[in-house]
Write a protein that binds this ligand. Structure first.
Ligand code: EAX
Length: 327
């Protein structure tokens, strides 16, 4: 029996290659989001990508799945729960349905400005809320930002709550937001962002409410005439990873992911700040009629009943902690 050295050599090489292959095979993380890549969420994902690829020496790579190609924000959260989507950047829109403790953040006129909101979210209260995600199969890695929300419509200028009467306004799939626009006298319609632009084009809805960063990233002036900078909700966002995929990472890799998420949060917030600076001019330059300042007290008064419903349903513990931290 002649000994086939060649076969032996081949087996050895493929074994090595196999071994090398495994070591060489980069782990790809898809990051899903609904806005376009050229946006405040894209900025978060790009900064995350850059940092994790640097820290892992290319062992971990990132694919940005923007424009809702992997579904709306609810689908992105569900996908992370079952592990079909590795990572996501979403608002808190549908999150309350998964992690009810976050609903407190969706209350109208809760934060007076960006510094106030960021201080609370980066502090103990924000960290406690992030920890509430793990039991539902999602690792919440950091509080990114969507921004203060403003309202647009195609009918008429909105200067007072009365101007919203019976106006068909799209809201996120969020009970607090829905209740707030009902309290304002509008006819709110909860809808995934993926459907909004078409619904505006077809006139199924008259208007919508999102932050300046969403206005710019989606060129809202192409489908809306009037904007009012109400700032009625501060809209936080989250950088998240599926726990299924998190548990497959080594401790070192998990550390890299946390560090990269922090880089994502910083890039996102800087992008939002820039959008707030350039937004007003962009809306006007593209033909929108913008009401810059409104009587926020009047709007806050009109939605104040939402707080009673909230505290009777979810308790007031975290709300009181936020109020105390704001004093
Ligand atoms: O998170 O649905 C929304 O209005 C959100 O602002 C958008 O999806 C980005």
């Amino acid at each position: 029996m002649s000994f086939n050295f060649r076969a032996l050599a081949l087996t050895a090489v493929s074994a090595c290659a196999m071994l090398a292959g495994t070591a060489l095979e980069a782990r790809t993380l898809n990051i899903a989001m609904t806005p376009p890549e050229e946006s405040h969420y894209g900025a978060a994902a790009k900064a995350f990508k850059e940092k994790i690829e640097e820290l892992s020496g290319g062992e971990i790579t990132v694919e940005i799945k923007a424009n809702g190609v992997l579904g709306g924000e609810r689908e992105i959260l569900e996908g992370m729960q079952i592990g079909s989507i590795e990572m996501g950047v979403t608002s808190t829109g549908p999150v309350g349905g998964f992690v009810p403790s976050t609903y407190v953040l969706d209350l109208p006129f809760l934060f007076k400005d960006y510094d106030n909101a960021r201080a609370i979210l980066d502090g103990e209260i924000g960290q406690e809320l992030l920890n509430d995600f793990e039991p539902v199969g999602i690792m919440a890695l950091g509080w990114a930002e969507n921004g203060f929300r403003y309202v647009t419509n195609s009918k008429k200028p909105i200067a007072t709550p009365d101007d919203l009467k019976d106006m068909k306004i799209r809201t996120m799939e969020n009970d607090i937001h829905l209740g707030s626009f009902t309290a304002l006298g509008a006819a709110p319609l909860p809808m995934s962002w993926n459907e909004v632009i078409t619904a505006l084009q077809q006139g199924t809805i008259d208007g919508q409410e999102t932050p300046m960063s969403i206005f710019i990233a989606n060129r809202i002036w192409e489908v809306q005439k009037y904007a009012t900078l109400t700032g009625h909700f501060y809209s936080p966002s989250l950088i998240m990873m599926s726990k299924v995929h998190w548990d497959q990472l080594s401790e070192e890799e998990q550390g890299w992911v946390r560090e990269a998420a922090a880089a994502g949060v910083a890039a996102n917030r800087a992008y939002v700040e820039n959008d707030e600076k350039r937004g007003l001019e962009m809306l006007r330059a593209n033909g929108m009629e913008v009401i810059e300042t409104v009587d926020q007290e009047a709007f806050a008064e009109a939605v104040s009943a939402v707080y009673d419903v909230f505290t009777s349903t979810y308790g007031s513990e975290t709300l009181e902690k936020i109020r105390a931290a704001q004093r």
